[in-house]
Write a protein that binds this ligand. Structure first.
Ligand code: HDE
Length: 694
């Protein structure tokens, strides 16, 4: 009988399918790959105790050979990724727009596998680099796999796929010395930008906080391209896809992101892994923007241009479902590494448009799997296998798993009565949308794709002062690392087309000449509030707090805080001088989770200093404890302290008197301690306290 499972995981068809492939070695004897039990695994077969190893030691040969072949090429982009399983649930039927089966009935739960990634770095690079994040979702539907291979930024650097190798060559480490790893702060990238002005809008996003997310769980996802929904009657609508994180969109600050890259290069994957292990299942709502076919030319941008958004204020995002990630992978190589996404994996009811970036991607993704996964049978790998049956006349190739019966592997035939035979649309056969296409064969950019600055300006206009400051600082950092004065100047001149004051400020930072006049500056004055992270969801849920404690702490006060944090879904970790137990002033034991040596303020969202004369006095003597608090402060994080703990804040150089209200929450009297936890949690929910940024 099937075990009851309140996550619905065991009803999940993909999970059941994967169960057939999962291997558990617990309590088993060691065998060769041929199933032979092995009696010795530490000493190879030798001619005498000190003699040479013998060729006939098949176990030794097999073990070494397998090891020698354990690596496959990493993805040429998005090499570093992390993934999880989950489920997609629909809120309301999309029947009027699409016949896609998984978007019809809210009762249907569709298994999903999601891989998040950085783009430029290699597999071993840091998680918190300034970069776009990949956000790929494989829906295992009853009609076959549907892949939504998106990013956390809604637009792209280029408009035509033919430029993709150039873009990527410029972003990747420079080929002569392979420097820098996973960073765009170098000459070739900015040379590309300055010479390919369609990148302006994307670069604005890239310099913004979107490129340094706090967590995979706290970033949006976008399909980027315009796709087509096609309904049962054959009527089509243009559609853009969105993922909206239930926890809101939040970012790191740049100094912190750089430090995390050293202190915990696995920060994002650890965050995702731990959240799922603790039952804090990440949730993303699924949204669609829909435009009628007849309205294609109604907008002042081309809706097929992948460097343009459809502002949400003009075309609202309709929320139609939710995805919950509720299971970590069992094996990163088998699942996360071998998963093969492809924007061309569609189901009836979802079709393509003539976006030239999308058209090119439709070629590239299968091609890349052929080299990466070593042949045409990668769809048979467990993680890629559809949950519906597969029947066709394809045969053979490296590592073929299916054993197709019978002599016939061609169509049409009479020997097998034409089986497997194509299905009609009514039977679920995929019928390409009959779009009317007419024109001359040309190699040029459409006039409607030539405006490169209006939406870059819209983005800039929509940022808060805090976000604008971050963007400016990012430009100064990135372009400041460019060695060629000529390229630095070209970048300044290019961004004068977006905003002349921004360009002037960049110029000051990077030693370039300020742009002359403002004649070329975009004249867009509108804003799109949906673009600013200041307007996002604010919650303390799932945030991580460091509690700085030492022997002699005030147990009653700390317990009050710990209970309140738990109730609010916030995770507290006790940090002290050493691991093991510490004791409160009244003799109660407390388990320490990490020390000042094994952790750092940068991996927490907030810090709390416990009261207690002895505890506070002891930590005041410790430079690491004071640095911990000071760094949290400089990264705009919430800081809490009660009673004697407040003295430690003063010792760390934080003036508690002036800063009340800017995320420094303190309590000195019994009464204040009572309301401290509430205020502290409210302050954590604010994410950061920008009033300190002066
Ligand atoms: Fe990709 N991209 N891409 N890309 N892309 C790949 O496919 C490509 C683009 C995206 O987690 C590769 O399996 C071309 C846009 C993600 O496994 C490759 C163009 C968007 C992932 C490839 C683009 C993406 C990839 C490398 C220009 C956002 C990781 C490995 C037209 C909508 C998928 C692989 C994963 C991966 C080609 C542009 C997203 C080489 C030619 C735009 C999330 O096929």
């Amino acid at each position: 009988m099937m075990k009851y499972d309140n996550d619905g995981l065991h009803e999940n068809k993909k999970n059941q399918q994967l169960d057939h492939f999962r291997v558990d070695d617990t309590g088993k004897k060691l065998t060769t790959n041929q199933g032979l039990k092995v009696s010795e695994d530490e000493h190879s077969l030798k001619a005498g105790d000190r003699g040479p190893t013998l060729m006939e030691d098949f176990h030794f040969r097999e073990k070494l050979t397998h090891f020698d072949h354990e690596r496959i090429p990493e993805r040429v982009v998005h090499a570093r990724g992390f993934a999880a399983h989950g489920v997609f649930e629909l809120y309301e039927s999309m029947t009027p727009y699409t016949k896609a089966k998984f978007l019809q009935d809210p009762a249907v739960k569709t298994p999903v596998f999601v891989r998040f990634s950085t783009v430029a770095g290699s597999r071993g690079s840091g998680d918190t680099v300034r970069d776009v994040r990949g956000f790929s979702t494989k829906f295992y539907t009853e009609e076959g796999n549907y892949d939504l291979v998106g990013n956390n930024i809604p637009i792209f650097f280029i408009q035509d796929a033919i430029k993709f190798p150039d873009l990527v060559h410029s972003i990747k480490p420079e080929p002569h010395n392979e420097i820098p790893q996973a960073a765009t702060a170098h000459d070739t990238f900015w040379d590309f930008v300055a010479n390919n002005t369609e990148s302006a809008h994307m670069v604005m996003w890239h310099m913004s906080d979107r490129a340094i997310p706090r967590s995979f769980r706290m970033m949006e996802g976008f399909g980027v391209h315009t796709f087509r929904f096609v309904n049962e009657e054959g009527r089509a609508h243009f559609v853009k896809f969105h993922w909206k994180p239930v926890l809101g969109i939040h970012s790191l600050v740049w100094d912190e992101a750089q430090k995390i890259a050293g202190k915990d290069p696995d920060f994002h994957r650890r965050d995702l892994w731990e959240a799922i292990e603790m039952g804090d299942y990440p949730e993303f709502e699924f949204g669609v923007q829909i435009i009628r076919e007849e309205d294609e030319f109604m907008f002042d941008f081309d809706i097929l241009d992948p460097t343009k958004i459809w502002p949400e204020e003009i075309v609202p995002v309709k929320i139609i479902g939710k995805m919950t990630l509720n299971r970590n992978v069992d094996n990163v190589f088998a699942e996360t590494e071998q998963v093969a996404f492809h924007p061309g994996h569609v189901v009836p009811g979802i079709d393509f448009t003539n976006d030239p970036l999308l058209q090119g991607r439709l070629f590239s993704y299968t091609d890349t799997q052929l080299i990466r996964l070593g042949g045409p049978n990668f769809h048979e790998l467990p993680i890629n296998k559809a949950v519906c049956p597969i029947h066709n006349n394809q045969r053979d190739g490296y590592s073929r798993m299916a054993i197709n019966k019978g002599p016939v592997s061609y169509h049409k035939n009479s020997m097998a009565h034409n089986d497997p035979s194509p299905a009609t649309a009514e039977e679920g056969g995929y019928v390409h949308y009959e779009e009317k296409v007419e024109g001359r064969k040309v190699q040029r950019r459409s006039d409607s794709f030539k405006d490169h600055y209006s939406q870059a300006k819209l983005f800039w206009n929509s940022m808060s002062e805090v976000e604008k400051h971050h963007i400016l600082q990012a430009f100064r950092f990135e372009v400041g690392k460019v060695k060629s004065p000529d390229i630095r100047q070209q970048v300044v001149d290019m961004f004068a087309n977006v905003d002349s004051e921004l360009a002037r400020q960049i110029a000051i930072g990077v030693g370039a000449n300020p742009p002359e006049g403002s004649t070329t500056e975009s004249n867009v004055t509108e804003t799109s509030p949906a673009l600013s992270q200041m307007n996002t969801v604010k919650t303390a849920q799932t945030r991580k707090v460091a509690l700085l404690v030492d022997n002699g702490f005030n147990a009653d006060e700390l317990n009050l805080i710990l209970t309140a944090l738990k109730e609010a879904g916030v995770h507290g970790e006790v940090i002290s001088r050493h691991l093991g137990m510490i004791q409160s002033a009244d003799g109660k034991n407390l388990q320490v989770d990490a020390t000042f040596l094994t952790t750092d303020s940068v991996v927490y969202d907030a810090v709390y200093v416990a009261g207690g004369t002895e505890s506070s006095a002891s930590l005041s003597m410790l430079k690491e404890a004071k640095d911990f608090i000071a760094d949290s402060y400089h990264h705009y994080k919430t800081i809490g302290a009660a009673n004697e703990g407040v003295e430690l804040l003063t010792a760390a150089g934080i003036s508690t008197a002036e800063q009340t209200g800017a995320g420094v929450v303190i309590a000195r009297t019994e009464e204040e301690v009572g309301s401290l936890s509430k205020e502290f949690i409210h302050a954590i929910a604010q994410h950061r306290h920008w009033a300190r940024q002066v």
